[in-house]
Design a protein around this ligand. Sequence first.
Ligand SMILES: C=C(O[C@@H]1C=C(C(=O)O)C=C[C@H]1O)C(=O)O
Length: 435
Amino acid sequence: MSPAPRLRVRSVAVDVTGDLLTRIPDEVDPREVVTWLREGDGLVGWGTVASVSTSGVDRFEDAERWWEALRDAAAVEDEVRLPGSGLVAFGSFAFAAGSTDPSVLTVPRVLMGRRDGLAWVTQVVTEGEPWPPDHPAELLGRSNPMLGTLDPLIEAEGSVPASAWPGVISRAVERIDDGEVEKVVLARDVVVRHREGRVVRLAPVLERLEKRYAATWTFAVAGLVGATPEMLVRLQAGRARSRVLAGTIRRSNGIPLPSEPAQGPNDPRLHLVTSTKDLDEHAFAVRSVSAALAPHCSELHVPEAPYVLELPDVYHLASDLTGTMASGATSLRLAAALHPTAAVCGTPTEAAARVIGELEGMDRGRYAGPVGWMDGSGDGDWGIALRCGELSADRRSVRLFAGGGIVAASDPEAELAETEMKLTAMRHALGLLAP
Ligand SMILES: C=C(O[C@@H]1C=C(C(=O)O)C=C[C@H]1O)C(=O)O
Protein backbone atom coordinates (compact mmCIF):
# COMPACT_ATOMS: atom_id res chain seq x y z
CA MET A 1 0.00 0.00 0.00
CA SER A 2 1.43 3.40 -1.00
CA PRO A 3 2.21 5.81 1.87
CA ALA A 4 -0.24 8.69 2.26
CA PRO A 5 1.13 11.97 0.86
CA ARG A 6 0.82 15.32 2.67
CA LEU A 7 -2.02 17.30 1.12
CA ARG A 8 -3.09 20.93 1.16
CA VAL A 9 -6.84 21.41 0.86
CA ARG A 10 -8.91 24.56 0.49
CA SER A 11 -12.67 24.93 0.17
CA VAL A 12 -14.15 28.26 -0.83
CA ALA A 13 -17.77 29.30 -1.20
CA VAL A 14 -18.84 30.17 -4.77
CA ASP A 15 -22.02 31.03 -6.65
CA VAL A 16 -23.17 28.30 -8.95
CA THR A 17 -26.33 27.69 -10.88
CA GLY A 18 -27.23 24.89 -13.28
CA ASP A 19 -25.89 21.42 -13.61
CA LEU A 20 -22.57 20.65 -11.91
CA LEU A 21 -21.94 17.90 -14.47
CA THR A 22 -21.62 20.47 -17.26
CA ARG A 23 -18.33 21.60 -15.68
CA ILE A 24 -16.53 18.29 -16.22
CA PRO A 25 -14.02 18.96 -19.02
CA ASP A 26 -14.09 16.43 -21.88
CA GLU A 27 -10.31 15.93 -21.75
CA VAL A 28 -10.51 14.51 -18.20
CA ASP A 29 -9.83 10.76 -17.94
CA PRO A 30 -13.32 9.27 -17.42
CA ARG A 31 -11.96 6.95 -14.74
CA GLU A 32 -10.92 10.05 -12.78
CA VAL A 33 -14.40 11.60 -12.70
CA VAL A 34 -16.06 11.42 -9.28
CA THR A 35 -19.74 12.10 -8.70
CA TRP A 36 -22.29 11.81 -5.95
CA LEU A 37 -25.47 13.65 -6.94
CA ARG A 38 -29.11 13.65 -6.04
CA GLU A 39 -31.59 16.12 -7.49
CA GLY A 40 -28.82 18.50 -8.55
CA ASP A 41 -27.14 18.66 -5.12
CA GLY A 42 -24.01 16.79 -4.19
CA LEU A 43 -20.43 16.50 -5.36
CA VAL A 44 -18.74 16.45 -8.77
CA GLY A 45 -14.97 16.37 -9.22
CA TRP A 46 -12.05 15.07 -11.23
CA GLY A 47 -8.33 14.42 -11.20
CA THR A 48 -6.49 12.29 -8.67
CA VAL A 49 -4.22 13.89 -6.11
CA ALA A 50 -3.97 10.80 -3.90
CA SER A 51 -5.43 7.32 -4.08
CA VAL A 52 -5.05 3.85 -2.66
CA SER A 53 -5.97 0.43 -4.01
CA THR A 54 -6.75 -2.38 -1.62
CA SER A 55 -7.96 -5.96 -2.00
CA GLY A 56 -8.90 -9.08 -0.10
CA VAL A 57 -10.66 -9.43 3.24
CA ASP A 58 -8.85 -6.38 4.66
CA ARG A 59 -9.81 -4.07 1.78
CA PHE A 60 -11.94 -1.82 4.01
CA GLU A 61 -9.57 -1.72 6.98
CA ASP A 62 -6.51 -1.05 4.82
CA ALA A 63 -8.32 1.80 3.05
CA GLU A 64 -9.45 3.25 6.36
CA ARG A 65 -5.91 3.16 7.76
CA TRP A 66 -4.57 4.95 4.68
CA TRP A 67 -7.34 7.54 5.01
CA GLU A 68 -6.54 8.23 8.66
CA ALA A 69 -2.87 8.84 7.83
CA LEU A 70 -3.82 11.09 4.90
CA ARG A 71 -6.27 13.10 6.99
CA ASP A 72 -3.89 13.48 9.92
CA ALA A 73 -1.15 14.87 7.64
CA ALA A 74 -3.40 17.20 5.60
CA ALA A 75 -3.50 20.99 6.02
CA VAL A 76 -7.14 21.99 5.48
CA GLU A 77 -8.58 25.49 5.06
CA ASP A 78 -12.33 25.13 4.93
CA GLU A 79 -14.48 28.28 5.03
CA VAL A 80 -17.58 26.28 4.05
CA ARG A 81 -17.82 23.66 6.81
CA LEU A 82 -20.64 21.65 5.33
CA PRO A 83 -20.85 17.88 4.89
CA GLY A 84 -18.71 17.26 1.79
CA SER A 85 -16.46 20.34 2.08
CA GLY A 86 -12.81 20.17 3.15
CA LEU A 87 -10.92 16.93 2.59
CA VAL A 88 -13.12 14.30 0.92
CA ALA A 89 -12.29 10.84 -0.42
CA PHE A 90 -14.47 8.87 -2.82
CA GLY A 91 -14.48 5.13 -2.58
CA SER A 92 -15.68 2.02 -4.37
CA PHE A 93 -15.15 -1.46 -2.92
CA ALA A 94 -15.23 -4.89 -4.49
CA PHE A 95 -18.25 -7.02 -3.62
CA ALA A 96 -16.18 -10.10 -2.81
CA ALA A 97 -12.91 -10.47 -0.93
CA GLY A 98 -11.69 -12.74 -3.72
CA SER A 99 -12.35 -10.24 -6.53
CA THR A 100 -9.51 -9.42 -8.91
CA ASP A 101 -10.91 -5.89 -9.21
CA PRO A 102 -9.13 -3.58 -6.75
CA SER A 103 -11.07 -1.48 -4.24
CA VAL A 104 -10.27 2.21 -4.35
CA LEU A 105 -10.22 5.33 -2.18
CA THR A 106 -9.38 8.46 -4.17
CA VAL A 107 -9.07 12.17 -3.43
CA PRO A 108 -9.96 14.38 -6.42
CA ARG A 109 -7.90 17.46 -7.30
CA VAL A 110 -11.03 19.51 -7.89
CA LEU A 111 -14.38 18.98 -6.21
CA MET A 112 -17.47 21.13 -6.65
CA GLY A 113 -20.21 20.79 -4.07
CA ARG A 114 -23.72 22.08 -3.66
CA ARG A 115 -26.11 21.65 -0.78
CA ASP A 116 -29.33 23.50 0.03
CA GLY A 117 -28.49 26.47 -2.19
CA LEU A 118 -24.88 26.82 -0.98
CA ALA A 119 -22.03 25.91 -3.29
CA TRP A 120 -18.30 25.54 -2.96
CA VAL A 121 -15.16 24.43 -4.71
CA THR A 122 -12.45 22.37 -3.03
CA GLN A 123 -8.98 22.22 -4.53
CA VAL A 124 -6.30 19.84 -3.35
CA VAL A 125 -2.56 19.84 -4.05
CA THR A 126 0.31 17.88 -2.58
CA GLU A 127 2.77 19.65 -0.30
CA GLY A 128 5.21 21.56 -2.49
CA GLU A 129 2.83 21.81 -5.46
CA PRO A 130 1.55 25.30 -6.35
CA TRP A 131 -2.17 26.06 -6.24
CA PRO A 132 -3.78 26.09 -9.70
CA PRO A 133 -3.54 29.63 -11.15
CA ASP A 134 -7.30 30.14 -11.71
CA HIS A 135 -9.65 31.27 -8.97
CA PRO A 136 -11.99 28.37 -8.15
CA ALA A 137 -14.97 30.38 -9.40
CA GLU A 138 -13.51 30.27 -12.93
CA LEU A 139 -13.98 26.53 -13.01
CA LEU A 140 -17.68 27.13 -12.75
CA GLY A 141 -17.78 29.57 -15.63
CA ARG A 142 -16.90 26.77 -18.08
CA SER A 143 -19.33 24.33 -19.48
CA ASN A 144 -18.81 21.30 -21.66
CA PRO A 145 -20.49 21.75 -25.08
CA MET A 146 -20.29 17.98 -25.73
CA LEU A 147 -22.30 16.99 -22.66
CA GLY A 148 -25.46 16.22 -24.64
CA THR A 149 -23.57 14.05 -27.16
CA LEU A 150 -23.58 10.33 -26.44
CA ASP A 151 -20.98 7.96 -27.83
CA PRO A 152 -22.19 5.33 -30.34
CA LEU A 153 -22.30 2.02 -28.48
CA ILE A 154 -23.15 -1.61 -29.17
CA GLU A 155 -24.19 -4.28 -26.68
CA ALA A 156 -22.99 -7.88 -26.48
CA GLU A 157 -23.74 -10.81 -24.17
CA GLY A 158 -21.92 -10.96 -20.85
CA SER A 159 -20.53 -13.89 -18.87
CA VAL A 160 -23.82 -15.83 -18.97
CA PRO A 161 -26.14 -15.25 -21.98
CA ALA A 162 -29.66 -14.03 -21.14
CA SER A 163 -31.12 -17.24 -22.57
CA ALA A 164 -29.19 -19.30 -20.00
CA TRP A 165 -30.23 -17.13 -17.02
CA PRO A 166 -33.50 -18.92 -16.13
CA GLY A 167 -31.48 -22.16 -15.86
CA VAL A 168 -29.14 -20.51 -13.34
CA ILE A 169 -32.13 -19.33 -11.32
CA SER A 170 -33.62 -22.85 -11.32
CA ARG A 171 -30.38 -24.18 -9.87
CA ALA A 172 -30.53 -21.51 -7.15
CA VAL A 173 -34.11 -22.47 -6.29
CA GLU A 174 -32.94 -26.12 -5.96
CA ARG A 175 -30.24 -25.02 -3.51
CA ILE A 176 -32.92 -23.17 -1.53
CA ASP A 177 -35.19 -26.23 -1.59
CA ASP A 178 -32.25 -28.32 -0.34
CA GLY A 179 -32.03 -25.98 2.67
CA GLU A 180 -28.54 -24.62 1.88
CA VAL A 181 -29.72 -21.00 1.78
CA GLU A 182 -33.00 -19.17 2.39
CA LYS A 183 -32.30 -16.34 -0.05
CA VAL A 184 -29.55 -15.72 -2.59
CA VAL A 185 -29.07 -12.70 -4.83
CA LEU A 186 -27.82 -13.55 -8.31
CA ALA A 187 -26.62 -11.09 -10.91
CA ARG A 188 -25.63 -11.13 -14.58
CA ASP A 189 -23.65 -8.76 -16.77
CA VAL A 190 -23.76 -7.48 -20.34
CA VAL A 191 -20.96 -5.70 -22.16
CA VAL A 192 -21.31 -2.45 -24.06
CA ARG A 193 -18.57 -1.21 -26.40
CA HIS A 194 -17.80 1.97 -28.26
CA ARG A 195 -18.77 1.23 -31.87
CA GLU A 196 -15.62 2.91 -33.18
CA GLY A 197 -13.31 1.55 -30.51
CA ARG A 198 -12.89 4.91 -28.78
CA VAL A 199 -12.98 5.92 -25.11
CA VAL A 200 -16.49 6.05 -23.60
CA ARG A 201 -17.16 9.49 -22.06
CA LEU A 202 -18.92 9.31 -18.72
CA ALA A 203 -20.25 12.85 -18.22
CA PRO A 204 -23.14 12.48 -20.73
CA VAL A 205 -24.07 9.16 -19.12
CA LEU A 206 -24.13 10.74 -15.67
CA GLU A 207 -26.28 13.59 -16.92
CA ARG A 208 -28.89 11.21 -18.31
CA LEU A 209 -28.90 9.12 -15.15
CA GLU A 210 -29.34 12.17 -12.97
CA LYS A 211 -32.20 13.58 -15.05
CA ARG A 212 -34.18 10.35 -15.24
CA TYR A 213 -33.51 8.83 -11.83
CA ALA A 214 -34.14 11.76 -9.47
CA ALA A 215 -34.89 9.52 -6.48
CA THR A 216 -31.46 7.84 -6.68
CA TRP A 217 -27.84 8.77 -6.02
CA THR A 218 -25.95 9.22 -9.29
CA PHE A 219 -22.37 8.12 -8.76
CA ALA A 220 -19.01 7.76 -10.48
CA VAL A 221 -15.88 6.49 -8.77
CA ALA A 222 -12.85 5.06 -10.57
CA GLY A 223 -14.90 4.17 -13.65
CA LEU A 224 -17.86 2.66 -11.80
CA VAL A 225 -20.91 4.68 -12.80
CA GLY A 226 -24.59 4.34 -12.03
CA ALA A 227 -27.67 5.58 -10.20
CA THR A 228 -28.34 3.62 -7.05
CA PRO A 229 -31.63 3.76 -5.18
CA GLU A 230 -30.11 1.97 -2.17
CA MET A 231 -28.27 3.83 0.64
CA LEU A 232 -26.16 1.36 2.56
CA VAL A 233 -25.36 3.95 5.23
CA ARG A 234 -25.32 7.71 5.61
CA LEU A 235 -23.52 9.03 8.67
CA GLN A 236 -24.03 12.64 9.58
CA ALA A 237 -23.42 14.30 12.95
CA GLY A 238 -23.92 11.14 14.96
CA ARG A 239 -27.00 9.89 13.07
CA ALA A 240 -26.83 6.81 10.86
CA ARG A 241 -29.41 6.09 8.18
CA SER A 242 -29.86 3.18 5.87
CA ARG A 243 -32.35 2.60 3.04
CA VAL A 244 -32.98 -1.08 2.50
CA LEU A 245 -34.53 -2.24 -0.76
CA ALA A 246 -35.58 -5.75 -1.65
CA GLY A 247 -38.71 -6.91 -3.41
CA THR A 248 -39.23 -5.57 -6.89
CA ILE A 249 -42.02 -5.31 -9.41
CA ARG A 250 -42.02 -3.83 -12.87
CA ARG A 251 -44.01 -0.64 -13.42
CA SER A 252 -46.91 -1.31 -15.74
CA ASN A 253 -45.74 1.37 -18.18
CA GLY A 254 -43.83 4.60 -18.24
CA ILE A 255 -46.43 6.69 -16.42
CA PRO A 256 -44.67 9.80 -15.14
CA LEU A 257 -43.66 10.27 -11.53
CA PRO A 258 -44.59 11.34 -8.88
CA SER A 259 -47.09 8.87 -7.53
CA GLU A 260 -49.59 7.54 -9.96
CA PRO A 261 -53.13 7.31 -8.71
CA ALA A 262 -54.05 3.84 -7.52
CA GLN A 263 -55.10 1.57 -10.39
CA GLY A 264 -57.44 -0.64 -8.44
CA PRO A 265 -56.85 -4.32 -7.70
CA ASN A 266 -54.35 -4.67 -10.58
CA ASP A 267 -52.09 -1.91 -9.28
CA PRO A 268 -48.58 -3.46 -9.17
CA ARG A 269 -47.86 -1.54 -5.96
CA LEU A 270 -50.74 -3.30 -4.24
CA HIS A 271 -49.40 -6.59 -5.53
CA LEU A 272 -45.95 -5.76 -4.14
CA VAL A 273 -47.07 -4.83 -0.61
CA THR A 274 -49.17 -7.99 -0.34
CA SER A 275 -46.76 -10.46 -1.99
CA THR A 276 -45.44 -12.90 0.62
CA LYS A 277 -42.48 -13.70 -1.64
CA ASP A 278 -41.40 -10.05 -1.83
CA LEU A 279 -42.16 -9.31 1.82
CA ASP A 280 -40.02 -12.32 2.83
CA GLU A 281 -37.17 -11.20 0.60
CA HIS A 282 -37.42 -7.74 2.12
CA ALA A 283 -37.53 -8.98 5.71
CA PHE A 284 -34.24 -10.85 5.21
CA ALA A 285 -32.58 -7.66 4.02
CA VAL A 286 -33.94 -5.50 6.85
CA ARG A 287 -32.83 -8.04 9.43
CA SER A 288 -29.29 -8.15 8.06
CA VAL A 289 -28.97 -4.35 8.15
CA SER A 290 -30.44 -3.93 11.63
CA ALA A 291 -28.23 -6.71 13.03
CA ALA A 292 -25.11 -5.02 11.62
CA LEU A 293 -26.08 -1.48 12.72
CA ALA A 294 -27.34 -2.35 16.21
CA PRO A 295 -23.90 -2.86 17.83
CA HIS A 296 -22.92 0.67 16.74
CA CYS A 297 -26.07 2.45 17.93
CA SER A 298 -27.53 3.48 21.28
CA GLU A 299 -30.95 3.55 19.66
CA LEU A 300 -32.12 2.12 16.33
CA HIS A 301 -35.48 2.65 14.67
CA VAL A 302 -36.59 -0.16 12.34
CA PRO A 303 -39.93 0.45 10.59
CA GLU A 304 -42.52 -2.26 11.08
CA ALA A 305 -43.52 -2.46 7.43
CA PRO A 306 -41.92 -1.35 4.17
CA TYR A 307 -43.20 1.37 1.83
CA VAL A 308 -43.09 1.39 -1.97
CA LEU A 309 -40.23 3.32 -3.58
CA GLU A 310 -41.14 4.43 -7.10
CA LEU A 311 -38.47 4.52 -9.78
CA PRO A 312 -39.11 5.15 -13.48
CA ASP A 313 -38.87 1.45 -14.41
CA VAL A 314 -39.57 -0.51 -11.22
CA TYR A 315 -41.18 -0.35 -7.80
CA HIS A 316 -39.23 -1.58 -4.76
CA LEU A 317 -40.20 -2.43 -1.22
CA ALA A 318 -38.19 0.01 0.92
CA SER A 319 -37.43 0.52 4.61
CA ASP A 320 -35.54 3.49 6.08
CA LEU A 321 -33.68 2.66 9.30
CA THR A 322 -32.28 5.40 11.55
CA GLY A 323 -29.92 5.08 14.48
CA THR A 324 -28.08 7.23 17.01
CA MET A 325 -24.40 6.37 16.91
CA ALA A 326 -22.63 5.20 20.04
CA SER A 327 -19.53 3.47 18.67
CA GLY A 328 -17.72 6.40 17.02
CA ALA A 329 -17.17 4.33 13.87
CA THR A 330 -16.61 6.20 10.60
CA SER A 331 -19.11 5.91 7.78
CA LEU A 332 -16.65 3.63 5.96
CA ARG A 333 -16.37 1.32 8.94
CA LEU A 334 -20.16 1.16 9.14
CA ALA A 335 -20.35 0.38 5.43
CA ALA A 336 -17.80 -2.41 5.93
CA ALA A 337 -19.83 -3.81 8.85
CA LEU A 338 -23.04 -3.74 6.80
CA HIS A 339 -21.59 -5.22 3.63
CA PRO A 340 -22.85 -7.49 2.15
CA THR A 341 -26.49 -7.11 3.15
CA ALA A 342 -29.07 -9.73 2.28
CA ALA A 343 -30.34 -7.30 -0.40
CA VAL A 344 -27.27 -8.07 -2.53
CA CYS A 345 -25.92 -11.34 -1.11
CA GLY A 346 -28.53 -13.43 0.70
CA THR A 347 -29.23 -15.35 3.89
CA PRO A 348 -27.28 -16.82 5.59
CA THR A 349 -24.52 -14.55 4.30
CA GLU A 350 -21.65 -17.00 3.96
CA ALA A 351 -23.65 -19.77 2.36
CA ALA A 352 -25.25 -17.27 -0.02
CA ALA A 353 -21.82 -15.86 -0.99
CA ARG A 354 -20.69 -19.42 -1.75
CA VAL A 355 -23.73 -20.09 -3.95
CA ILE A 356 -23.12 -16.79 -5.77
CA GLY A 357 -19.52 -17.82 -6.44
CA GLU A 358 -20.66 -21.18 -7.79
CA LEU A 359 -23.66 -20.13 -9.88
CA GLU A 360 -23.02 -16.63 -11.24
CA GLY A 361 -20.08 -17.55 -13.43
CA MET A 362 -18.45 -14.11 -13.11
CA ASP A 363 -16.49 -11.81 -10.82
CA ARG A 364 -18.87 -9.03 -9.71
CA GLY A 365 -16.01 -6.58 -9.43
CA ARG A 366 -17.25 -3.51 -7.59
CA TYR A 367 -20.91 -4.03 -8.56
CA ALA A 368 -23.03 -4.46 -5.39
CA GLY A 369 -20.16 -3.22 -3.21
CA PRO A 370 -20.19 0.01 -1.18
CA VAL A 371 -19.68 3.19 -3.24
CA GLY A 372 -19.65 6.74 -1.93
CA TRP A 373 -17.60 9.34 -0.10
CA MET A 374 -16.30 10.28 3.32
CA ASP A 375 -15.02 13.53 4.78
CA GLY A 376 -12.32 14.29 7.34
CA SER A 377 -14.71 13.75 10.27
CA GLY A 378 -15.61 10.26 9.02
CA ASP A 379 -19.12 11.34 8.03
CA GLY A 380 -20.26 10.43 4.54
CA ASP A 381 -22.61 8.54 2.28
CA TRP A 382 -22.10 4.94 1.12
CA GLY A 383 -24.58 3.54 -1.35
CA ILE A 384 -24.72 0.02 -2.74
CA ALA A 385 -23.35 0.08 -6.30
CA LEU A 386 -26.47 -0.99 -8.24
CA ARG A 387 -27.95 0.04 -11.63
CA CYS A 388 -24.39 0.61 -12.71
CA GLY A 389 -21.61 -0.29 -15.08
CA GLU A 390 -17.85 -0.49 -14.82
CA LEU A 391 -15.67 1.16 -17.43
CA SER A 392 -12.92 -1.18 -18.58
CA ALA A 393 -9.24 -0.39 -17.96
CA ASP A 394 -8.88 0.64 -21.63
CA ARG A 395 -12.00 2.89 -21.23
CA ARG A 396 -13.55 1.50 -24.42
CA SER A 397 -16.23 -0.73 -22.94
CA VAL A 398 -18.58 -0.82 -19.97
CA ARG A 399 -19.82 -3.93 -18.15
CA LEU A 400 -23.38 -3.45 -16.92
CA PHE A 401 -24.79 -5.50 -14.05
CA ALA A 402 -28.20 -6.39 -12.68
CA GLY A 403 -29.43 -8.97 -10.23
CA GLY A 404 -32.30 -9.96 -8.04
CA GLY A 405 -33.08 -11.79 -4.83
CA ILE A 406 -34.04 -15.45 -5.26
CA VAL A 407 -36.26 -17.18 -2.70
CA ALA A 408 -38.09 -20.51 -2.78
CA ALA A 409 -41.06 -19.01 -4.64
CA SER A 410 -38.97 -17.31 -7.39
CA ASP A 411 -39.92 -17.89 -11.02
CA PRO A 412 -36.87 -18.18 -13.35
CA GLU A 413 -38.44 -16.31 -16.32
CA ALA A 414 -39.69 -13.51 -14.03
CA GLU A 415 -36.18 -13.17 -12.59
CA LEU A 416 -34.71 -12.76 -16.08
CA ALA A 417 -37.31 -10.06 -16.75
CA GLU A 418 -36.39 -8.35 -13.47
CA THR A 419 -32.72 -8.11 -14.45
CA GLU A 420 -33.78 -6.67 -17.83
CA MET A 421 -35.84 -4.00 -16.04
CA LYS A 422 -32.92 -3.16 -13.79
CA LEU A 423 -30.58 -2.88 -16.81
CA THR A 424 -32.89 -0.23 -18.24
CA ALA A 425 -31.29 2.57 -16.19
CA MET A 426 -27.83 2.12 -17.69
CA ARG A 427 -29.05 1.15 -21.16
CA HIS A 428 -31.07 4.32 -21.28
CA ALA A 429 -28.22 6.47 -19.99
CA LEU A 430 -25.85 4.99 -22.57
CA GLY A 431 -28.30 5.74 -25.38
CA LEU A 432 -29.06 2.07 -26.10
CA LEU A 433 -32.80 2.57 -25.60
CA ALA A 434 -35.15 5.15 -27.05
CA PRO A 435 -35.69 8.11 -24.66
C1 LIG B 1 -29.39 -6.70 -7.04
C2 LIG B 1 -30.01 -5.59 -7.44
O1 LIG B 1 -30.96 -4.97 -6.70
C3 LIG B 1 -31.25 -5.38 -5.37
C4 LIG B 1 -32.24 -6.46 -5.34
C5 LIG B 1 -33.59 -6.17 -5.26
C6 LIG B 1 -34.61 -7.29 -5.35
O2 LIG B 1 -34.20 -8.45 -5.44
O3 LIG B 1 -35.81 -7.03 -5.34
C7 LIG B 1 -34.04 -4.86 -5.08
C8 LIG B 1 -33.16 -3.86 -4.88
C9 LIG B 1 -31.74 -4.14 -4.65
O4 LIG B 1 -31.52 -4.36 -3.29
C10 LIG B 1 -29.64 -4.90 -8.71
O5 LIG B 1 -30.19 -3.84 -8.99
O6 LIG B 1 -28.78 -5.42 -9.45
